[in-house]
Design a protein around this ligand. Sequence first.
Ligand SMILES: Cc1cc2nc3c(=O)[nH]c(=O)nc-3n(C[C@H](O)[C@H](O)[C@H](O)COP(=O)(O)O)c2cc1C
Length: 237
Amino acid sequence: MSQIHVNQNDRSALDLATSFLDQLRTRRSVRTFSDRAVPQDVIETLIATAGTAPSGANKQPWRFVAVQDAELKRRIRVAAELEETKLYESRANEAWLKDLAPLGTNSNKPFLEQAPWLVVVFKLTRDDMPDRETDQVYYVNESVGIATGMFLAAAQIAGLSTLTHTPSPMKFLGELLGRPDHERAYMVIPVGYPAEDAKSPDLERKSLDQIMVVDAGHRPNANDSTRSLPSSMAPRS
Ligand SMILES: Cc1cc2nc3c(=O)[nH]c(=O)nc-3n(C[C@H](O)[C@H](O)[C@H](O)COP(=O)(O)O)c2cc1C
């Protein structure tokens, strides 16, 4: 056992959390990248950050494949566009296409070649550590989702842009990248700097009261209806 690190930062929790929120609020999916290079050690640091994520029984059931080779990126684009063409032409139902319409996306995926790096996230269907006692893995989707989210946040803090791209089905990624059978493609994340003319659709975020409920608990003032509102929603006195 080792001692848990206690944050000795002088700034208040609210101050620190607000500053993180302010930085993450500016994150938007980017679909047009510039050719500005991103050094490999930056990508390594983002992946190391993802690797700090919690995971079911600490199995860390993820692998991040960092692709920068132009020919490999081109092959990924060609294969992804093939799947995406099928998606837009027949696989997606009317409701799906309607939901996608405000994003202005289509089967054309130039960002798969433009971005200096594609980080392809794989989930492991079994543990492959050499010293393992069993090869079981637990809560894989949850664990990989958390690690991927931490990667995205780290990229944002580093001033980089990303896209969470899910060309479906993604089997071609394992084949093109020569990954073993127990690694299943989970997401492709182009990473880089946005092109000068990059734009993103005007999308609304749900408000805090739509995504948060405060449990009033068994307190003397539990009948006070304002207790069930986030603090930002409580009526001002
Ligand atoms: C699991 C997941 C899959 C996604 N797949 C795609 C995708 O294949 N192509 C794409 O252009 N955007 C994709 N997105 C991006 C979303 O469209 C985007 O996050 C959403 O519209 C909100 O916009 P924002 O990221 O700019 O805030 C995906 C996002 C998530 C979380």
